[in-house]
Write a protein that binds this ligand. Structure first.
Ligand code: HEM
Ligand SMILES: CC(C)=CCC/C(C)=C/CC/C(C)=C/COP(=O)(O)OP(=O)(O)O
Length: 320
């Protein structure tokens, strides 16, 4: 689609969008990992919810996350229209109006919080509400267009879901859920900056002050390495806490070694070499980041299951 036709198409008429367009507003692919980490938080908690309650909790967390995605797209329609990766989204493509996206997002957001409260408890609902607020108001509206620290601070939004899951089961916040939060918080910058490197001019064109734009691509490569080292220390160190154990340790050692290998490779490359092989290493690191988080949270779940069976796992009493 040419820029001219895209601009023309962006004047959508209300009621044009179909089910698929509204579903796309929920950012379903990104939300899979959000929902998975919330599920692990919920299942790893020492209090078992009734399966129907657990299902409801996960559904409402997913709806809340999706609502936040829709509100993000409502606010960012102008940026999305300028970037190759995002210009086919429902609003810039002219299939959903901004007003529709706002109404859809705000309704789902309110509904998800109220329903999570009714299905579980106030603590979980308040953290969900805060997470939506953080992603939409603090990150999307407040930080993203103004500071290259947007990802580092804004990443906190994506780190809350396991805490919501844990709170849904226990009604409280605990060291375990804070550790899960910390893991995602430290993981987000390398996850995103790897992508920013191979998206090349996208953020430049849209005027978004990502690190690649404000401090350059070499600085971004250094930042990826520094954050990956910090992440590895945290992730491996967590093996010796309540969420860890031997299974988790094995997974953490393997995935952190792989992620560090990629971070070092990214750091060593100059732009010409990266461009020559179409950012193969950066793309590999981004894909690995998704498996990395999935593997760590699967291991946390495995440790909780083993502890439940009395076979080891979390808790200094068993593991140390
Ligand atoms: C501020 C924090 C974050 C930023 C800026 C960010 C950015 C991005 C971007 C731009 C993409 C490409 C998505 C697309 O084009 O649709 C992506 C992909 C993805 N992100 Fe993140 N991300 C963040 C945090 C997270 C978190 C916390 C999770 C999950 C726990 C996550 C999970 C994913 C997944 C699963 C994909 C792959 C989606 C696909 O298959 O295309 N991200 N991320
Ligand atoms: C439960 C709940 C409310 C969860 C929210 C989870 C959350 C904040 C995930 C963040 C992941 C995400 C879509 C980042 C995209 O950044 P971006 O919006 O800058 O990316 P874009 O350029 O693709 O729009």
């Amino acid at each position: 689609m040419s820029d001219a036709s895209l601009h023309q198409a962006s004047t959508a008429q209300p009621g044009e969008g179909g089910f698929g367009d509204f579903f796309a507003l929920l950012k379903p692919r990104v939300m899979t990992l959000v929902v998975f980490t919330a599920l692990v938080g919920l299942l790893a908690a020492p209090v078992a919810l009734h399966p129907i309650e657990a299902l409801a909790a996960i559904l409402f967390i997913a709806v809340g996350g999706g609502a936040a995605g829709a509100l993000n797209m409502w606010w960012e329609a102008d940026i999305d229209a300028m970037m190759r990766r995002t210009r086919k989204r429902p609003i810039p493509a002219g299939r959903v109006t901004r007003d529709e996206a706002f109404a859809f997002g705000i309704t789902l957001a309110a509904m998800s919080v109220v329903m999570l409260w009714l299905a579980t408890n106030a603590v979980a609902a308040v953290i969900l509400a805060f997470t939506i607020f953080f992603y939409v108001v603090i990150y999307t509206i407040g930080l993203k267009r103004w500071t290259p620290q947007n990802i580092v601070i804004g990443g906190a939004a994506g780190a809350f879901p396991p805490m919501i899951g844990w709170a849904a089961a226990t009604g409280s916040v605990s060291l375990e859920s804070v550790l899960m939060f910390a893991l995602i918080f430290m993981w987000t910058p390398p996850h995103f900056w790897a992508l920013a490197l191979f998206m090349r001019g996208d953020y430049d064109q849209a005027g978004v002050p990502m690190l690649t734009v404000t401090h350059g691509r070499r600085a971004t490569r250094v930042h990826i390495l520094v954050y990956t080292v910090l992440l590895a220390a945290l992730a491996v160190g967590a093996a010796f806490t309540q969420i860890g154990g031997p299974v988790y340790l094995a997974v953490a050692l393997v995935f952190n070694a792989l992620f560090l290998r990629d971070a070092v490779a990214i750091w060593r490359r100059d732009e010409r070499a990266a461009e020559a092989d179409d950012y193969r290493v950066e793309k590999r690191a981004f894909r690995l980041s998704l498996w990395y988080l999935f593997a760590h949270f699967t291991a946390i779940l495995a440790e909780a299951a083993l502890a439940g069976l009395g076979l080891g796992g979390p808790g200094p009493g068993v593991w140390s």
